[in-house]
Design a protein around this ligand. Structure first.
Ligand SMILES: NC(=O)C1=CN([C@@H]2O[C@H](COP(=O)(O)OP(=O)(O)OC[C@H]3O[C@@H](n4cnc5c(N)ncnc54)[C@H](OP(=O)(O)O)[C@@H]3O)[C@@H](O)[C@H]2O)C=CC1
Ligand SMILES: O=C1O[C@H](COP(=O)(O)O)[C@@H](O)[C@H](O)[C@H]1O
Length: 484
């Protein structure tokens, strides 16, 4: 692993505290950080290096997967951190930053390899990239890379503009667009599952698969993010990025272990194969809804419109479900159902593959037999479970479902941000969103955005703590299925 300087914009923010510092620390403990590295934290507020280091240490005690125990290890780790007060939009502030970066490179005697991480609000993505270029920070003799947070644009046009601007400073292969769902261990496992298991590989097509269901249900509501979420909604916040990325990953055909470039190529092919929605059919393929008041885990919770900061009469969706089709030889005629919502009964992100009914046997129990299901539980907790049918030993005439389940159990597995930062450091883009995928995903959701804006799709309601709006059942039922 190359020695490097990690330049973090948004170092005093929530994401840095909860995810980025713990990720760096766990990589350090697991000896996955370079032998020599320096971290430069940036934000507007004035902090001394000591204050900054104390904040980082506090975040590790609170949020790290592996709790810091050895004082010397912690000291060594946070000793690599320096702070520089900077306004993202002021070019003159970058002169001080460049000086500090160069000074640290000299002190540590490391090459000018620079990893820039934009953990700031999206309106700063463009000015930061420009200032990195203008200040000379980007003209390095070593490598430079950019990790960029979501959201990447708020529609097709703004995403294209952002990409265009970033490309003046960073080449595509230098940009690592974070989609943290791609860092989740079970999602990273999909690739291996499909190429390393002949049993699964043989079944991975429309010949055996009846439908694919991707669910991300959350119990949390809008929390303290009203200003962002009311502009974003479930479509932009979850569907365009995380959910479509899961679809691309699960639909991949991997006859062998592939390079990052091959995976990106295959994901692009899947995204291109998504059958476009039209003005005429969008309302029949998409359901949107907003949560009302309800009961969740024994407590009453308010509806979306009564959440702090939500404007009266907001028509923003907190739930989206859709039926998608891939015009691809492997997947034609297989519906993909996607749903995601806030304030639902349970927190669960999962993919369920429903297999076609068993071969016709003429046996009377055939119609009542449960389908074979392969369930990949992505979080919280990870498991993989296969539902098969077996004879009930107490009633020999009866066929009943049985489950074979693998749980990752007590293993203290790395978190998404650890996996992703590690991959970016070593230059592996397999689990990052390539521009082609991002652009195609925005292109696919555009008719939905337009239909929402025009009020062409009714905004249904569902009670907080429920399984979502009943109207979503239509999407599966119309093809003879149900949600799992
Ligand atoms: N928090 C989360 O769970 C998630 C966040 N994200 C994304 O990560 C990014 C950061 O989010 P989050 O950490 O929550 O945001 P916060 O609002 O908590 O932090 C924003 C950071 O930006 C800095 N900042 C704001 N304005 C300026 C400025 N003009 N110049 C320099 N620094 C500035 C702030 O520092 P200061 O106040 O000192 O200036 C602070 O460090 C966003 O893109 C978000 O969408 C993505 C997924 C989850
Ligand atoms: O990106 C986001 O993801 C979270 C859900 O992530 P998870 O890892 O907790 O499943 C979601 O709550 C948030 O609204 C969205 O911005």
């Amino acid at each position: 692993m190359d020695a490097m300087t990690f330049v973090l914009f948004g170092a005093t923010g929530d994401l840095a505290k909860r995810k980025i510092y713990p990720a760096l620390y766990n990589l350090y403990v697991d000896q996955k950080m370079p032998k020599a590295f320096s971290v430069i934290g940036l934000g507007r507020r004035e902090l001394s290096d000591a204050d900054f280091q104390a904040n980082v240490e506090k975040s590790l005690h609170e949020f790290s997967r592996q709790k810091p125990e050895e004082a010397s290890q912690i000291r060594d780790f946070i000793g690599a951190f320096r702070y520089c007060s900077l306004n993202n939009t002021k070019l003159e502030d970058y002169t001080r930053l460049l000086q500090l970066v160069e000074q640290r490179e000299q002190e540590l005697d490391i090459p000018a390899n620079r990893m820039f991480y934009m953990s700031v609000a999206p309106e700063f993505f463009e000015p930061i990239a420009l200032n990195i270029q203008e200040s000379g920070l980007g003209n390095t003799k070593g490598w430079k890379k950019l990790i960029i947070e979501k959201p990447f644009g708020h529609d097709l046009q703004s995403a294209r503009e952002l990409n265009e601007k970033l490309s003046n400073t960073f080449a595509e292969e230098e940009i690592y667009r974070i989609d943290h769902f791609l860092g989740k261990p079970m999602v990273q496992n999909i690739e291996t599952l499909t190429y390393a298991n002949p049993v699964i590989q043989a079944l991975w097509s429309n010949r055996y698969i009846a439908n694919v269901q991707i669910t991300a249900s959350e119990t949390v509501g809008v929390e303290e993010r009203a200003a962002y979420y009311d502009q974003s909604g479930a479509l932009r916040d979850m569907f365009q990025n995380h959910m479509l990325q899961l679809l691309m990953m699960i639909a991949l055909h991997l006859p062998k272990r592939c390079t990052p470039q091959e995976i990106q190529y295959k994901k692009k092919k899947i995204a291109e194969a998504l059958r476009p929605l039209t003005k005429e059919n969008v309302a029949s393929e998409v359901v949107r809804a907003q949560y009302g008041a309800g009961e969740l885990q024994g407590s009453s919770v308010v509806g979306y419109l009564d959440e702090p900061g939500i404007p009266a009469g907001s028509q923003n969706e907190t739930y989206v479900a859709a039926r998608l089709w891939l015009d691809d030889p492997f997947w034609s005629e297989v519906p993909f159902y996607i749903r995601t919502g806030k304030r639902m009964a349970e927190k669960s992100t999962r993919i369920v593959i429903e297999f076609k009914s068993p071969l016709k046997t003429g046996h009377e129990s055939e119609n009542t037999m449960a389908p074979n299901l392969l369930t990949l539980e992505i979080g919280p907790g990870e498991s993989m479970s296969l539902q098969l049918n077996a004879k009930n030993p107490l009633n020999q005439g009866e066929v009943e479902p049985m489950h074979m389940t693998f749980k990752s159990g007590e293993r203290n597995v790395p978190e998404a941000y650890e996996n992703l930062i590690f991959d970016a450091m070593r230059g592996d883009a397999t689990f990052f969103a390539h521009w082609n995928e991002v652009e195609l995903a925005w292109q696919w959701v555009q008719p939905i955005q337009e239909a929402f804006a025009a009020g062409a799709i009714p905004l249904d309601t569902y009670n907080a703590g429920s399984g979502g709006p009943e109207s979503a059942d239509r999407l599966t039922a119309e093809n003879g299925f149900r949600w799992w």
